[in-house]
Design a protein around this ligand. Structure first.
Ligand code: ADP
Ligand code: MG
Length: 182
């Protein structure tokens, strides 16, 4: 799963782009919108969609019908679906576990978009479903103490941080010509 300290740091942007890249490489990829507070991916990709993850939680046997095929080959999308009044209750209820067990058997890779880890507790619960967490930091925006706080929240889940992204970093010509870019 992908998360960050605050909103607007590029979680949704990064997770969808990276999911697309893996699909291009031939992996069967599922992108999941588990930001049940601001489901931007669902609103962008499938605004009129009736289905989604929340329906699959209520009726596991319907999971195949809740997954959308996208125009990109190998890329599939599970929208959030009808939003619950208390998202945290859903993500901490244990009902996502059997659903993700099933999804893991259906796809090579699953990328999950989540809300900011410092702001709401959802991402900490969602992390326990995942093999690893990617932490996004927005260059020049996310404060050091916020990164540390986000990192601590994730570490407390016991799920490894498998990557970090410094998002939105711009480089001068000189930096690009030297090793700074790398
Ligand atoms: N590297 C980037 N380059 C250009 N635009 C970006 C980049 N990262 C994020 N954005 C834009 O910034 C805004 C916030 O990003 P978003 O992914 O929605 O943040 P979050 O999911 O963390 O709340 C969006 O309009 C998104 O398109
Ligand atoms: Mg987002």
């Amino acid at each position: 799963m992908f998360t960050s300290a605050n909103k607007g740091e590029g979680k949704t942007f990064c997770v969808s782009n990276i999911a697309k890249e893996y699909a291009k490489q031939g992996k069967k990829v599922l992108l999941v919108d588990l930001d049940l507070h601001r489901p931007r991916l669902s609103q962008t990709i499938a605004p009129m969609e009736q289905g989604g993850l929340m329906n699959a939680v209520r009726d596991m046997s319907s999971v195949d019908n809740q997954i959308l095929t996208l125009k990109e080959e190998n890329l599939f999308f599970l929208p959030a679906g009808p939003l619950p009044s208390n998202p945290l209750e859903i993500v901490s209820s244990g009902s996502l576990l059997p659903l993700f067990d099933k999804l893991k058997k259906m796809f090579d890779l699953i990328f999950i978009d989540t809300p900011p880890v410092r702001i709401v507790s959802d991402a900490r619960m969602i992390a326990t479903l995942c093999d690893g967490v990617v932490l996004i930091v927005r260059s020049g925006v996310t404060k050091l103490n916020e990164v540390e706080e986000a990192k601590t929240h994730i570490e407390n889940t016991g799920v490894p941080i498998i990557g970090g992204i410094l998002n939105g970093q711009s480089y001068t010509r000189k930096e690009k010509d030297t090793h700074a870019y790398y």
